[in-house]
Design a protein around this ligand. Sequence first.
Ligand code: KIV
Length: 276
Amino acid sequence: MTYLADKPKVPITLSTLNKYKATGEKFSCLTCYDASFAASMQAAGVDSILVGDSLGMVVQGQVSTLPVTVADMVYHTENVARANTHALIMTDLPFMSYATVSDAIASAKAVMQAGANVVKIEGGSELSDTVKVLTNNGVPVCVHLGLTPQSVNVFGGYKVQGKTDEAANRLIEDCHAVTAAGAAVLLLECVPAELAKTITQSVDVPVIGIGAGVDTDGQVLVMHDILGVYTRKPAKFVKNFLTDPKNASRSIQGAFELYHEEVKQKAFPTPAHSFL
Ligand code: KIV
């Protein structure tokens, strides 16, 4: 089977995201785990796909992302990549698969060979050596900071991060340390909107937000969340684009198109979807 997007696009690369940051154009990202939804996202024009380890929860029915393996990430990245025509594919390295630099090299090699364009790892300044080595070996790295779900047992739950001055300053320092080490993209999850804005304006690389306000360079949401497929209470930053009256067709592709459009227009997220 060949997947043909009805709106073929010029491939989105890191240079495209950097150009978007420079010109102030926002970009959209959705999680995706298989070929059919990836094809629909292509047709909708979504800029970037995250093969997230959230698949542990939304696909496998696990209680957290911790049981996800590199083999799982390879399998889902291959499925998405087969249908991909233009989106930048980012793939998560799962829990404990980058605990040492040599583990990180092996895990990154596996997902890049499966079709990822960028690998995403969770943490802060302690990842600097890993970021340096991967980058020097041709692997662009996105560092996920703020609420990092692989550390849910350290945080004691899924909570907003960077709320005190001390925590905010630590987060800013972490962002600067990983970008100095060569991180190509940052992803901020569950961070107060003003702090995310400050960070976005203080780094040269594109910053993607989820629950981080409207001022990050790009936005990401979990695909199941925007389609209203919830297995738990949806977070404040989630919006159901399937049932939104502006999705006139009430179709899945219509939901992807509306999400992409609202991100581009800065109509999503609103303050109601942000931590202020
Ligand atoms: O795994 C994932 O889906 C993620 C998003 C929540 C950003 O990391």
